[in-house]
Every structure is written in structure tokens, then in C-alpha cells.
Design a protein around this ligand. Structure first.
Ligand code: B12
Ligand code: SF4
Length: 472
């Protein structure tokens, strides 16, 4: 029998726009027969209130199916803005005992938070299943796509875990026919407001909109191709635009993040994004937008459209300013092409910040490539001006289903059967790619700048590495 009342519960995570649960809700809203829908977002309530909210929601709505959506699971981030990573680096690399002690103290707190976050989400699903013995219970979302097999054993058998990409099997499980064009969420904000009374909390927040699925590239460290597929499936630009205009006009949303794995994966994406941005201009929508972008093939006309339609805080994953490392990572562009892309954007009148993501000590890194990266960052600063270019220091995190994982297993850096969800600092450090011989030099520079804090952490890391390398 088809499920006629579906409750969607977004499991707790830091508050970020619930694009996934909202698209899921919108897809179900177009199913046949059309179920009644209700959505709860546990990212929005106090920890103590979560189970009460779930209990009340289930009691009042009386669902015959509950769909849990789990966004973030491995939440440590190998970048200088992440507190846990800072603590781990200070603990292992800082020469000061006082700093080490402080980091150890914070580190224990980090471990407790991470460990309990996974246990907490599993606990919510278990307890809900116990509360609703005759309700179908499903669990999905990006984290489940990556780590679903690891949590399955910790859940009651009747909880159906959905690690697969598409939503077809989920519709089958509910006994509902999916809409033919499943790639299009066709978000109806009127229906969203009715099913999701907490929507008001996202007024004024950055709204996530996905314009397509998939990325054809195979960058060594990236799992987005695994998550979304390598074949790119683009949405109809007119329908993307309708969605953006809806948020802008009905909710007053002014800031958007294009939640694509990669906004400009190839030339066809340039036309696709261009059509959406053109629509934003034609409709006179005054907004800011950003997203993950490769800019090495960008042409002046698209750059101009991007700037005029509200490009804000450009974030470019350059990873390295040295060609040998870029090639080792299989990024498929050259440093010179990226520099040209920056110049095109500058000439198009871009006046915002440029966040340059750098993965230090990636495979192929040497003393020379580090110095080349530092000099490339200087070239970018010459283009945009010193204060507008922010180097953000990342390390590569070894994630499941990536070339980097395969390599780390072959190099015995990781053991077969390792636990990617371990939060112990020594495991976290193993998953962060920072091998010898440069690991300790870079680790020390990071530890010292992390401990010093401030807004220019990335800048300081580069400065310290440069001065150390020049001493030798
Ligand atoms: C865009 C993005 C961001 C943007 C979000 C911008 C915004 N305002 O929306 C930014 C840059 C802010 C961001 C931040 C972070 N992100 Co992020 N992000 C992504 C990305 C690229 C797309 C997510 C998205 O919105 N997709 C579009 C929606 C429509 O898809 P979806 O959520 O997958 O939902 C679909 C399906 O999963 C399914 N579904 C959802 N729920 C359910 C439930 C059931 C039962 C079923 C059957 C199906 C289902 O239906 C939906 C429609 O098809 C993904 C990687 C990826 N390619 O998926 C990482 C990803 C989700 N992020 C991740 C992480 C970890 C983070 C951070 C925690 C990183 C950090 N340490 O700082 C932060 C913090 C997030 C927060 N909670 O505050 C991880 C999560 C998994 C993990 N490793 O634990 C991912 C998968 C990336 C990765 N490298 O692993 N992120
Ligand atoms: S890093 Fe970007 S371009 Fe490379 S595979 Fe991942 S999403 Fe695609």
C-alpha cells in the first residue's frame, strides 16, 4: 500500500539551508498518489528539545512513513578554519608545552562532540523506530551515501538504509510513483511553507540551489563523482530560475549558494550557468551568489555576467600553485590558465574577495613546489590587491571512494578495514594527508599560526613556510 503521510526529519547538524530535505519533500509532493507531507528540522532546535519535537510531530501528524535525512557525519574539516584540526595540529606539532596542554584539553572536548554527534543521530532514529512500531522508517542523505554501511549494523533491522544515489528505490519502498523528471525538484514554496512550519528560520539565510548533478572529473581526493555520478545531468535553466526567483520574491532571500559539486565542470556548464545568470539579470533580481568553481576556461562574456548578476566571495580550489602537484592531483588545468581566469574576472569588474584554497603537502609536493605556490599566491594578489586575496590552508582529507584512499591503502598509510569515522586525534591526523619529509615543517607552521589565531592564519602559514625554506 502506498504511504499516504510522510514525515521528513532532518537530523541535527550545524544550521545550514536544508536543500536536500527540501528537494526530497518537493519530489514526494509530485509523486502519485501524492502523500501528505510534514517536515521537521532538528538543526533548528535545542538539543534537549529534539526528541520532544520528534514525539510531538509523530503524534500529531500520524505518519505511515518517516524519512530521516542525515547530512554531515565526518565533520572535521582539514582546513585552517576548523577548531578540531587546529587543536590536533597544535597538540602534535607546536613546540610550546603550554599550547600543547591547551590543545589537548580542547581536543578531548572535540572528540566528545564528534563521537556523540554520530551516536546522538543514531539514537534519534532508534528511539523514533521504537516509538512508531508500525511506521516505515527510512534513512538517507549525503552521509548515508558515504557511510551508510557503517551505521546499518547499529540500527534496528526494520530501518531501511538508502545509500543509493537516485530516489527511485525510495519511491518504490513507499509505493509511490516518482515524477518523470526527478532531476527537477519543482519546489513549490506554498507547499513547503505548509509542510515545513520552521521555514521562517531560513529567512535571510543563504539558500542552497542545485542546478545540476554530477562531475566528469576525477580529481584524486574528491568523492563528488561517486556521490553524484560522473555523467552531468543539467536542470532546465528556466526552472532553476523560477526556483531562485521564488525564494527571492516570496521569502526575500538575497544570498544563494549553487550547491553543485562543481559549477563549471566543462564548457557546456558555461552556457548552462550563463542562461541562469542571464535570467537573474533579466528578471532584475538583486542578489548575491557563489559556489565551487573552476575558472580556468572562463570567457569575458560569462565573467561579466557573473559579476553583474551578483558573484560574491569567489572560492577557487587551486590546491597548489605548482604544476607538478596540480598534475599529480589530476585537476586538469594549468596554473597559467587559472591566472588567466583570474585576470578575466578582474577585467570584468569583480571587486569581491578571492578565497584561494590550498592543499599543502599534497602528493608531489617538494620544497620547490611550496615556494612556487607562495609565488603564485603573490601573482593572484597582484591581480586583485593584497587585502582581497585570502589563502585558505587545507590538507587533503582521505575520504572513502577516492583515488587518494586507494593510494593511501597501497602505500600502507592506511590499513584495509580502517575506520574513516574514528575521531581519535591520531586517526584524524592519519586521514589528513600530510606525510614526511615536509609534514613536520608544514605542521609546525600551521600549529604556530593556529595558536596565534586571527584572520590571516593562511597568510601566516605561507609566510612561516617561506622563511623556514629560505633559511635552509
Ligand atoms: C553545497 C555543499 C555545501 C555548502 C552548502 C551551502 C548551502 N547553503 O546550502 C557549504 C559550503 C556551506 C557546505 C558546508 C559543509 N559541508 Co558540505 N556539501 C555540499 C555539497 C557539495 C552539496 C550538498 C547539497 O546541498 N546537495 C544538493 C541536495 C539536493 O542534495 P542532498 O543533500 O544530497 O539531498 C538529496 C539526496 O541525498 C536525497 N536525500 C536527502 N535526504 C534523504 C533521506 C532519505 C530517506 C532518502 C531516501 C534520500 C534523501 O534527496 C535529496 C534530493 O535528491 C555536498 C557534496 C555533494 N556533492 O553532495 C557536501 C557535503 C554534504 N558536505 C559535507 C560536509 C562535511 C560539510 C561541512 C560539515 C564541512 C566542514 N567541516 O566545514 C560543512 C558544514 C555544513 C553545515 N551543516 O553547516 C559532506 C557531508 C558528508 C560527510 N563527509 O560527513 C559532503 C557530502 C561533502 C564531503 N566531502 O563529504 N557544504
Ligand atoms: S574537485 Fe571539483 S572538479 Fe574535481 S572531481 Fe571534485 S567536484 Fe569535480
Amino acid at each position: 500500500m502506498a504511504a499516504s503521510r510522510v514525515l521528513i526529519i532532518r537530523l541535527p547538524c550545524h544550521k545550514v539551508f536544508p536543500t536536500g530535505p527540501l528537494y526530497l519533500l518537493s519530489a514526494l509532493n509530485r509523486g502519485t498518489p501524492r502523500p501528505r507531507l510534514h517536515m521537521l528540522d532538528l538543526a533548528l532546535c535545542e538539543p534537549a528539545a529534539r526528541m520532544r519535537l520528534v514525539r510531538e510531530g509523530a503524534l500529531e501528524f500520524q505518519p505511515d512513513a518517516i524519512a530521516f535525512s542525515w547530512r554531515d557525519m565526518q565533520i572535521f574539516s582539514p582546513q585552517d578554519l576548523d577548531g578540531a584540526m587546529r587543536d590536533a595540529f597544535v597538540f602534535f606539532h607546536d613546540p610550546s608545552l603550554l599550547h600543547k596542554a591547551g590543545a589537548a584539553f580542547h581536543g578531548v572536548a572535540d572528540i566528545m562532540i564528534y563521537k556523540s554527534a554520530i551516536a546522538r543521530n543514531i539514537g534519534i532514529v532508534r528511539r523514533t523506530a521504537a516509538l512508531s512500531p508500525s511506521t516505515q522508517i527510512a534513512l538517507g542523505g549525503p552521509s548515508i551515501r558515504i557511510f551508510g554501511d557503517r551505521v546499518r549494523a547499529r540500527l534496528p533491522k526494520r530501518v531501511r538504509v538508502f545509500p543509493e544515489g537516485g530516489l527511485e528505490t525510495f519511491f518504490q519502498y513507499l509505493g509511490i510513483m516518482p515524477p518523470a523528471d526527478l532531476i527537477e525538484p519543482d519546489v513549490s514554496l506554498e507547499d513547503v511553507e505548509e509542510a515545513f512550519p520552521q521555514w521562517q528560520s531560513y529567512r535571510g539565510e543563504v539558500v542552497g540551489v542545485q542546478t545540476k548533478l554530477g562531475c566528469p572529473h576525477k580529481c584524486l581526493y574528491c568523492l563528488y563523482g561517486f556521490l553524484e555520478g560522473r555523467a552531468v545531468r543539467r536542470r532546465d535553466p528556466a526552472r532553476v530560475l523560477r526556483e531562485i526567483a521564488g525564494f527571492a520574491r516570496r521569502w526575500g532571500s538575497k544570498r544563494f549558494w549553487f550547491a553543485d559539486a562543481q559549477l563549471l565542470s566543462d564548457r557546456r556548464d558555461h552556457d548552462h550557468l550563463g542562461a541562469i545568470l542571464d535570467g537573474i539579470m533579466t528578471q532584475g533580481l538583486d542578489l548575491q551568489w557563489s559556489g565551487y568553481m573552476r575558472i580556468h576556461e572562463i570567457q569575458p562574456a560569462l565573467a561579466s555576467l557573473m559579476v553583474r548578476s551578483g558573484l560574491h566571495d569567489l572560492e577557487v580550489s587551486l590546491n597548489s600553485g605548482a604544476q607538478p602537484v596540480i598534475d599529480e592531483l589530476k585537476l586538469g588545468f594549468t596554473v597559467e590558465q587559472v591566472i588567466r581566469g583570474f585576470e578575466v574576472l578582474k577585467n570584468a569588474g569583480y571587486t569581491g574577495r578571492v578565497l584561494v584554497n590550498l592543499s599543502l603537502n599534497a602528493p608531489g609536493e617538494t620544497r620547490e613546489t611550496l615556494l612556487q605556490t607562495i609565488s603564485t599566491v603573490r601573482r593572484i594578489k597582484e591581480i586583485f590587491g593584497n587585502s582581497r586575496v585570502v589563502p585558505v590552508v587545507f590538507f587533503l582529507a582521505i575520504q572513502p571512494h577516492t583515488g587518494l584512499e586507494t593510494r593511501a591503502l597501497a602505500d600502507r598509510r592506511l590499513r584495509q578495514g580502517y575506520n574513516p569515522l574514528s575521531v581519535m586525534p591520531w586517526d584524524v591526523l592519519r586521514l589528513i594527508y600530510n606525510p614526511p619529509p615536509l609534514g613536520s615543517l608544514i605542521g609546525r607552521a600551521c600549529a604556530t599560526s593556529f595558536a596565534r589565531g586571527g584572520d590571516d592564519v593562511g597568510e601566516n602559514v605561507l609566510r612561516m613556510i617561506e622563511s623556514e625554506l629560505q633559511k635552509r
